[in-house]
Design a protein around this ligand. Structure first.
Ligand code: SF4
Ligand code: SF4
Length: 163
């Protein structure tokens, strides 16, 4: 199964991923209409930077999700068939326990409805919007085995250069 996987050193900090995510989760799913809407849509991927390294990050859809364990209303569930951790905004009571429990800061507040907002991996698309928008491949939608093979090859290259 493909996952959204990150290579921070490739990230330019351009925030194209955040914009594409926000547009995909807007009502119109179009940039112009989304921008002029009174209530602007929000991204579910977040690019953090310390001025040197940029880190694009969104929900990791954990096997044993701390957010689901912390949620008392049943608004957060892990779907065993897909492995996706999904949020039901209608059940969210806005207690923010999941926000405090998630080790990655991957849950945001929906500014319009005052409930949680998190990555849903763009269920209407074949490929999540952030991974399509990223110009450098810093955010990729790939099989874990392929990603780790690429990492091994990169390590081999750096190892060979040191020899
Ligand atoms: S919101 Fe955080 S804790 Fe919950 S599945 Fe995503 S990364 Fe894991
Ligand atoms: S689109 Fe890619 S390069 Fe731009 S901020 Fe997001 S991860 Fe970084």
């Amino acid at each position: 199964m493909k996952q959204i996987l990150i290579t921070p050193k490739l990230c330019l900090g351009c925030r194209s991923c955040e914009l594409a995510c926000a547009v995909e989760h807007s009502l119109s799913k179009e940039l112009f209409a989304a921008v002029i809407k009174k209530e602007q849509p929000t991204a579910r991927i977040f690019v953090e930077t310390d001025g040197v390294i940029n880190l694009p990050l969104q929900c990791r859809h954990c096997q044993d999700p701390a957010c689901v364990n912390a949620c008392m209303s049943g608004a957060l569930q892990r779907k065993p068939t897909t492995g996706m951790v999904v949020a039901d905004q209608n059940k969210c009571v806005g207690c923010w326990m999941c926000v405090m429990a998630c080790p990655f800061g991957a849950i945001a507040q929906d500014p319009e409805y005052k409930v949680i907002n998190k990555c849903d991996r763009c269920p209407d698309l074949d490929q999540p919007a952030c991974t399509v928008a990223c110009p450098t491949g810093a955010v990729k939608f790939v099989e874990v085995s392929r990603f780790s093979q690429e990492r091994r090859k990169q390590y081999l290259t750096s190892f060979a250069e040191e020899e």
